[in-house]
Design a protein around this ligand. Structure first.
Ligand SMILES: [Zn+2]
Length: 238
């Protein structure tokens, strides 16, 4: 009798369901359904915290890794491995004006088609409050732009970058990033042939997407088209 009652209960619970359906799963909404409907209770819909951060990015700006996650980042000012030997950014994220980000992604893809790993970024948009921090450490316009005048980095128009091979190794450019000296100049020719060829490859690839070089830093390129304002916003790190 006990067995019969139990069987009846199981039969009732399974009523209307095919044998493959689990009655518990049937009444529990999926997370996707809960978001779609705003949830079953009056609780606010679940939000992806990543999208909440991205909503804080001002219009007209793009995080380059959102356009192409294969671009490498080695943002030196987010570490102490830079010429002021101090961490300047709370975290390393790489933003540009959207037109600039698109141009750089095009260059990156061109390099990949040629068998390279693509671009690696050392510095991207640099918010003006960070420019002030740098200026207070090194108030010398030979090394740091005066934040009152600002630089192309403060406009989201300049990129400090290099090329990596298909294994992610940096091509030999003769000096490290932020090496202050004539060895970093484009006109400096007393370098191995391969180094000069690597610099030429970077120069041509950047020129083809509308980025112009500067004479004294092989790694620095800025966008030629248009003019954007100096900017102060700082990205979130959470
Ligand atoms: Zn630069």
């Amino acid at each position: 009798m006990k067995y019969f009652a139990f069987s009846l209960l199981v039969l009732l619970l399974n009523c209307g369901l095919s044998s493959t359906e689990n009655p518990i799963e049937k009444v529990k909404p999926t997370i996707a359904e809960a978001i779609d409907t705003g949830g079953q209770s009056s609780a606010p819909p679940i939000r992806n915290p990543q999208s909440a951060i991205r909503n804080l990015i001002p219009d007209g700006w793009t995080e380059i890794t959102a356009l192409d996650p294969t671009i490498q980042l080695d943002l030196r000012y987010a570490t102490a491995n830079n010429f002021v030997k101090e961490k300047m950014y709370d975290c390393g994220r790489c933003f540009y004006r959207t037109a600039v980000a698109k141009a750089l992604v095009n260059a990156h893809k061109t390099l990949q088609k040629q068998g390279y790993g693509g671009l690696k970024m050392y510095d991207c948009y640099r918010p003006r409050p960070i420019q002030w921090k740098l200026w207070k450490k090194v108030p010398d316009p030979r090394y740091v732009a005066d934040p009152r005048k600002g630089s192309m980095h403060n406009r989201g128009m300049a990129a400090d970058l290099t090329i990596v091979d298909k294994n992610g190794k940096e091509l030999d450019m003769g000096t490290d990033f932020d090496f202050f000296g004539e060895e970093a100049y484009h006109a400096y020719a007393k370098l191995p042939k391969q180094v000069l060829a690597n610099r030429q490859l970077l120069l041509k690839t950047m020129a083809d997407v509308g980025m112009k070089h500067t004479t004294t830093e092989w790694w620095h390129y800025s966008y030629r088209k248009g003019k954007f304002e100096l900017a102060d916003w700082v990205w979130d790190c959470d």
